[in-house]
Ligand binder design. Structure first.
Ligand SMILES: Cc1ncc(COP(=O)(O)O)c(C=O)c1O
Length: 395
C-alpha cells in the first residue's frame, strides 16, 4: 500500500484519544471541550420533531443542496445582517460542523509546504485540519490582550496564505482580544492584503456579561478590509455538536469555489440536522436556550476560578475567561505537565496538556482545564486534586 504524503503530516488529536478514557464515570474530566450533555435541549428536540410536517421530513431525509437548506441560510443571513455583516458582499454556506470550514479553506488556499499562520496556542482540531494539507504552520504568540502584533508582522512578511484566529473566548487560551488589539490586528492585516483571515467564532454567543457582549462583535462585521476575512461559527456549542452544523460567511468572490470544495467532501450537510436548527431558531427556542447556557456556564466558570484561587499555588496564573469553556492555566516554575498529568490521573482527574495546542508541540508550561461539562461540586473536587498535585510537585 502506498499512502499519500498527506498521511505523514496527519496530527491526531490527543483529546479525541482521551475521550475513550474519560468515558469512565469515576474520572473527573476537565479534558473535553464538549457541552454538558445534561444541558442539551432534549425536550425541545422531541417537541420539534413531533410537529415537523411530513413534507419537511421527506426533505430532511433526502440529499440537500451543497450550500445548505435555504430556510436555514435565510435565518443565518438575518442574524448576520443584524450583527453588521455586509450580506451584499458575502454569502452563507452551511457546513458539516465548523471543522469543515477549516478543511474547505485549507483546500482552497494551501499547496504543499505553503506557509500559514495560527495563534499559539491554537485549537487542536483546526491545527489537525491544516496539517493534513501539508502546510507549514507557524504559531504567533498571544499575550493577555490577544495576538502579539509585532510577531504577527514579522510572520506576515513570509507571505502566508492565510491566518486562522479565534479572537473571542479562545480555545484553549480562554482569552478575548481587547478592543485595541482588534483594531491593531485589522490595521496590520490591511497592510498585507494577500493574506486572508479565517475568523473562528465558535463561542461568541456564550458570553458571561453584557460589557463583554459589546466588545466581541466579529471583526469581519466592521473591518474596512472585511473582504479579506472569512468568518465561521457553529451550532455545536449552542445546540448540540452531534448535529454537525456550522456555517461560513465568505466573500462573494470565493463562494463558488468554496461550494465546489464542499461538494467533494460530503455533497451536503445532513438536512435533517439543518431542519432542526432552523426550527430551533424560528420558534425562538434558541435565544432562550442560549440565555440558559450563559447562566449555567457562568456558574461553572465562577466555581472553577474560585477553586483555582483556593486550592492551586498562587504561582499558577490564568486570564479569567469572559465566556466560552476554558481556563488556560500557566503552571508554577518547575511543575512539569507530564508529571502533573500522571499525578492527577492517578487520583481521578484528567485535563489536556498544553503541548497538544501548539503548532510545534513543545509547550510544557500550560494545561487546559474546561469547565463546560462538569457541575460546580465536581469542579471544586477536581480542582482540589489538581491543586494538591501541584503543591506536592513543587516540594
Ligand atoms: C475554536 C473552535 N473552533 C471550531 C470547533 C469545531 O466545532 P464543530 O466542528 O463542532 O463546529 C471547536 C470545537 O471544539 C472549537 O473549539
Amino acid at each position: 500500500m502506498r499512502l499519500s504524503k498527506n498521511v505523514e503530516a496527519f496530527r491526531p488529536s490527543p483529546i479525541r484519544a482521551m475521550l475513550r478514557v474519560v468515558a469512565n464515570p469515576n474520572i473527573i474530566s476537565f479534558a473535553g471541550g464538549m457541552p454538558g450533555e445534561d444541558l442539551f435541549p432534549i425536550d425541545d428536540v422531541r417537541e420539534m420533531v413531533q410537529v415537523v410536517p411530513r413534507k419537511m421530513m421527506e426533505i430532511g431525509l433526502q440529499y440537500g443542496t451543497t450550500d445548505g437548506l435555504g430556510l436555514l441560510i435565510e435565518e443565518i443571513k438575518k442574524v448576520s445582517e443584524a450583527q453588521g455583516f455586509d450580506m451584499t458582499k458575502n454569502k452563507v454556506i452551511i457546513t458539516t460542523g465548523s471543522t469543515q470550514v477549516m478543511n474547505i479553506v485549507a483546500k482552497l488556499m494551501l499547496d504543499p509546504n505553503d506557509i500559514m499562520l495560527t495563534e499559539d496556542p491554537v485549537f487542536v482540531g483546526s491545527l489537525g485540519a491544516f496539517c493534513s494539507y501539508n502546510a507549514q504552520v507557524i504559531g504567533i504568540p498571544l499575550d493577555d490582550e490577544g495576538i502579539v502584533i509585532e510577531e504577527l508582522e514579522r510572520a506576515l512578511k513570509l507571505k502566508p496564505k492565510f491566518i486562522y484566529i479565534t479572537p473571542t473566548f479562545h480555545n484553549p487560551a480562554g482569552l478575548t482580544y481587547s478592543e485595541q488589539r482588534r483594531k491593531e490586528f485589522i490595521e496590520m492585516m490591511a497592510k498585507y492584503p494577500d493574506t486572508m483571515v479565517l475568523e473562528d467564532d465558535a463561542y461568541g454567543r456564550l458570553y458571561f456579561d453584557e460589557d463583554t457582549a459589546k466588545l466581541i462583535k466579529p471583526m469581519k462585521a466592521y473591518a474596512p478590509n472585511e473582504q479579506q476575512f472569512i468568518y465561521c461559527s457553529s451550532f455545536s456549542k449552542i445546540f448540540g455538536p452531534g448535529l454537525r452544523i456550522g456555517w461560513m460567511i465568505v466573500p462573494n468572490e470565493l463562494y463558488d469555489v468554496a461550494e465546489i470544495a464542499k461538494q467533494s467532501m460530503d455533497a451536503c450537510t445532513p438536512v435533517f440536522s439543518q431542519i432542526l436548527a432552523y426550527e430551533f431558531i424560528r420558534t425562538g427556542r434558541m435565544d432562550k436556550y442560549v440565555v440558559y447556557l450563559r447562566d449555567t456556564y457562568k456558574l461553572r466558570r465562577d466555581a472553577m476560578v474560585a477553586a483555582i484561587r483556593k486550592y492551586c499555588p498562587a504561582e499558577a496564573t490564568f486570564v479569567e475567561p469572559k465566556g466560552g469553556f476554558f481556563v488556560w492555566l500557566r503552571l508554577p516554575d518547575g511543575v512539569d505537565t507530564d508529571a502533573l498529568f500522571d499525578e492527577c490521573s492517578k487520583n481521578g482527574v484528567v485535563f489536556v496538556k498544553g503541548s497538544a495546542f501548539t503548532p510545534d508541540g513543545r509547550d510544557n508550561r500550560h494545561i487546559r482545564i474546561s469547565f463546560c461539562n462538569v457541575n460546580e461540586e465536581i469542579i471544586e473536587k477536581g480542582v482540589k486534586i489538581l491543586g494538591d498535585a501541584m503543591h506536592s510537585l513543587m516540594k
